[in-house]
Design a protein around this ligand. Structure first.
Ligand code: PDD
Length: 289
């Protein structure tokens, strides 16, 4: 695999980063995951905009403008295997003497990117749907930043794996238990379907503004599917007709079991079938342009 590191394209085995890198020491950095279809990065401007939002959130200057990022991305895709790829961008505050405060004067950031073949969700998963568990969302209050410091997400996802499930759906608790509401998955966004309406949690500081989430809402609106973007209560999650999971790597999947109980009739429902096919259509149309 050829990777990009600080201006150079290198075989991955030759790429080296200092042990004092603040990404390694503090998790002080941000990242992006971008799906590549037919060797073209999907929604690249939107991903670069979110990257800018994350960089602003950690007060780190963007090392490249959109043209430079596009050039790096295109070269990386061309140098790696697979028509469909999984592109990863990662920027840290660079290597400096260990001190929590930012290095002063600033040091050059570490800019890393890699791309590997994108495994598409297996057909069996689309037919059966996935099982998920719920857990308390114990992350910080800036979940809108795509930070590389992912320990809470790692531990939350592992809870699902230990339970033989695919994902952990996160619930924030207000002051009363009745206030408990859905935020997102450990590495995905979650939609609730009730009486033919798609319910989506709002893009605030408590969730990552998913690029796939935006595509879902856009294609739903364009096809007359009723949507409500608002706080979704825990009780609504458990009385849903259908639950959907989205991410750049999973696209859209039906959640058919939650905490061991069937969602609706325990099979992928009509909203999933419709949105999955509209998403495939959208993707193919965009990539053909
Ligand atoms: N994660 N929420 C969280 C916490 C995520 O980590 C992700 C994606 C999403 C979905 O966002 P998008 O549709 O833009 O992929 C929501 C990526 C895939 C990852 O960390 O590997």
């Amino acid at each position: 695999m050829t990777i990009y590191l600080n201006g150079e394209f290198l075989p991955i085995a030759e790429a080296k980063v200092s042990v004092l890198d603040r990404g390694f020491i503090f998790g002080d950095g941000v990242y992006e995951v971008i799906p590549v279809y037919s060797r073209r990065a999907f929604r690249l401007p939107e991903h670069l905009k979110r990257l800018q939002h994350s960089l602003d959130g950690i007060k780190l200057a963007n090392p490249h403008d959109e043209t430079e990022w596009t050039r790096i991305v295109e070269k990386l895709i061309a140098r790696n295997e697979g028509e469909d790829q999984y592109l990863y961008l990662h920027i840290t505050r660079g290597a400096a003497k260990r001190d929590h405060a930012f290095p002063n004067p600033p040091v050059p950031p570490t800019v890393f990117a890699m791309s590997s073949p994108l495994p598409t969700p297996p057909a069996a998963l689309l037919e059966s749907g996935i099982s998920c568990i719920t857990a308390q969302d114990n992350r910080w209050l800036r979940c809108d930043i795509k930070a590389i410091a992912l320990l809470p997400n790692v531990l939350l996802r592992q809870m699902a794996v230990d339970a033989g499930c695919a994902e952990t759906i996160l619930i924030r608790h207000g002051s009363e238990d009745g206030d408990a509401f859905l935020t997102e998955g450990a590495a995905s966004n979650i939609f609730v379907v009730k009486n033919g309406t798609l319910l989506a949690p709002p893009k605030d500081n408590l969730m990552l503004p998913g690029i796939t989430y935006d595509v879902m809402l856009e294609i739903a609106a364009a096809n007359g599917i009723p949507c409500e973007v608002r706080r979704v209560m825990k009780a609504e999650l458990f009385s849903a007709d259908e639950l959907l999971l989205t991410s750049s790597t999973k696209e859209v999947l039906a959640i058919t079991h939650l905490d061991g109980k069937p969602v609706g009739n325990g099979k992928p429902g009509p909203m999933f079938a419709r949105l999955h096919s509209l998403y495939q259509e959208y993707k193919h149309n965009v990539m053909r342009k």
